[in-house]
Design a protein around this ligand. Structure first.
Ligand code: HEM
Ligand SMILES: *[C@@H]1O[C@H](CO)[C@@H](O)[C@H](O)[C@H]1NC(C)=O
Ligand SMILES: *[C@@H]1O[C@H](CO)[C@@H](O)[C@H](O)[C@H]1NC(C)=O
Ligand SMILES: *[C@@H]1O[C@H](CO)[C@@H](O)[C@H](O)[C@H]1NC(C)=O
Length: 500
């Protein structure tokens, strides 16, 4: 009996082993180099078990093959291609975009899957063209009063809390600012993230940004999440955004208010559409409530955490580099003096050094560490012998590229000179990818840059950011966060400037 059991056991193990390694010949057969996979996990063992942030894994693979244009790897058992060569990157993101429209993450439409970030193909095209007009310069200009107001309140808050204790953990602190700005600009909500109860928003923060194993499941069996009507995100989140959208719609009786936030733009669009339907026979596609909820979710989620991490890393680096901070502060003081202490959208381009500091921050810390694209069909990159098959996922390792000394000398040093004009001109246009590139780049770039700049200007005009006794000199990226965020608390001192 025992013998039969052991044999059965061995057979099962053998079958499982065979099954979970069945694809591992894929790249060898195609003569593409790459790291050796382990059964079941492929090359992402450490991130699947949350030992290491996935961005570090793709960076390591990038670093290990300095002479290859592409590297074949496995996310779980699914082969995918990591792109190292910047000309190929340009083909994927820009020149041959139509062959690489999707990100290849699919989950249930009922579970917020129709949001702009995760939507595919025609759905994505429809949504992108519908929401692009909401991100124009004029729309952003109309929101400046909201951003300025949040920044002023945030500075008051820091002045108050730092009277008691100048030493603050920056990441949760700046999140208070970006959360309240996003809530104000997108939903017309005055949530008091500063002194009020933040339990709900922090619960939602955790639910959105803690990676679930649905991610690895989707890598293992692409498309199956969607077939099974499952979501990448807990049900809680869907409910939260459904309630949020319903509440705001009801508050405004279905017509735009005077706030000119995103909900107004959506209501305006809905009403215009309703008119068009009455006045003509042409069928205009409606925006469903489900789609509105999914976008509310996407804009909120994509909007506050990325900007908060960027501000956090920027302030941390400025604390470590007082000379850079002083130079930046001089530029800011001159700017504010020239404009009677007013910050306006049209004048923000008068701060070139701030732009350099911001870009250098995003170079060292590209919050979305790896860009994703899926091949819509079989494709051969012009002038190379690199081919990909339909459905293949391509990884573009922004973190690896940004830390390659081929493009940035001494990449581990924070050096805004990397973005001095002369130095930018000589570099490949795809060597800097914090917001992606091409038709599917970040839709919120200008909004992000603006909310970050306004906050940085106000902060540095009122405070010196200094290292404190708990400032760490090294940290890693938190494997329990989807985006890049520090795994340690980053403390700095906020010291009020004298003679102001
Ligand atoms: C520093 C802040 C931000 C960073 C670093 C960032 C980065 C990115 C990146 C790398 C992508 C993918 C681009 C690609 O695949 O080529 C993306 C997409 C996106 N971002 Fe941002 N983002 C930021 C702020 C924002 C804000 C404020 C919004 C708000 C509204 C936003 C909304 C989106 C959306 C909706 C997409 C998906 C676009 C599409 O697929 O068509 N992001 N972002
Ligand atoms: C998918 O799941 C949602 C709940 O998450 C449910 O409301 C919906 O009816 C389901 N749809 C299908 C087709 O099963
Ligand atoms: C900084 O990056 C943005 C895009 O991410 C770009 O538009 C801008 O020109 C860059 N500035 C400099 C000085 O490189
Ligand atoms: C370009 O970068 C190098 C190396 O960091 C730096 O020494 C040089 O000053 C930069 N060029 C300009 C014009 O700032």
């Amino acid at each position: 009996m025992a013998l039969i059991e052991s044999v059965a056991f061995a057979v099962v193990i053998g079958a499982l082993y065979f099954y979970f390694t069945r694809t591992f010949n894929y790249w060898k057969a195609r003569n593409v180099q790459g790291p050796k996979p382990v059964p079941f996990f492929g090359n992402i063992f450490e991130s699947a078990l949350r030992y290491v942030h996935p961005g570090i894994i793709t960076k390591r693979v990038y670093d290990s093959y300095p002479t290859e244009k592409v590297v074949g790897m496995f996310r779980m058992t699914t082969p995918c291609l990591l792109i190292r060569d910047l000309d190929i990157v340009k083909h994927v993101l820009i020149k041959d975009f139509d062959s690489f429209v999707d990100r290849g993450i699919e989950f249930s439409d009922e579970g917020l899957g129709t949001n702009l970030f995760h939507a595919n193909g025609e759905t994505w095209r429809k949504l992108r063209s519908r929401f692009t007009p909401m991100f124009t310069n004029q729309k952003l200009k109309n929101m400046m009063h909201l951003i300025n107001d949040r920044a002023d309140k945030f500075i008051d808050y820091i002045s108050e809390i730092t009277l008691k204790n100048p030493e603050q953990d920056i990441y949760p602190l700046v999140k208070k600012y970006t959360m309240s700005t996003m809530a104000a600009c997108f939903f017309g909500l005055d949530i008091d993230t500063l002194r009020g109860d933040t339990q709900t928003v922090m619960r939602i923060d955790k639910a959105i940004f803690t990676p679930t194993f649905a991610i690895e499941f989707d890598m293992m069996y692409p498309g199956l999440l969607k077939k099974m009507n499952m979501s990448l995100f807990p049900k809680d989140i869907k409910k939260f955004f459904k309630n949020l959208v319903e509440t705001i719609m009801t508050q405004r009786n279905g017509v735009p208010s005077t706030r000119k936030d995103f909900m107004d733009l959506i209501l305006e669009y809905k009403n215009k559409n309703a008119l068009a339907t009455i006045n003509s026979d042409a069928k205009v596609e409606e925006l469903t409530n489900g789609e509105i909820e999914a976008q509310a979710f996407a804009f909120y989620a994509a909007g506050y955490d990325t900007s908060a991490s960027t501000l956090c890393f920027m302030l941390y680096q400025l604390a470590l580099e007082p000379e850079i901070q002083d130079r930046l502060r001089n530029e800011i003081d001159t700017y504010l003096h020239r404009h009677g202490d007013q910050i306006e959208l049209d004048t923000l381009n008068e701060l070139p050094y701030l732009d350099q500091v911001l870009n250098e921050t995003l170079r060292m810390y590209p919050i979305d560490d790896t860009l994703l694209r899926k091949a819509q069909h079989h494709y051969k990159f012009p002038g190379t012998n690199v081919e990909v098959s339909q459905g293949q996922i391509l990884l573009i390792p922004a973190l690896g590229i940004h830390h390659d000394e081929k493009y940035y000398p001494k990449p581990e040093i924070f050096n805004p000179e990397n973005f001095a004009r002369e130095n930018v001109t000589g570099r490949h246009p795809c060597s800097f990818l914090p917001f992606g590139l091409g038709p599917r780049n970040c839709i919120g770039i200008r909004f992000a840059q603006t909310q970050i700049r306004v906050c940085a200007i106000r902060l540095l005009s009122k405070f010196r950011i200094e290292v404190s006794k708990n400032t760490v000199r090294s940290f890693c990226f938190d494997p329990y966060r989807i985006n890049i965020a520090p795994n340690k608390k980053l403390y700095v001192n906020f010291c009020p400037r004298m003679n102001l």
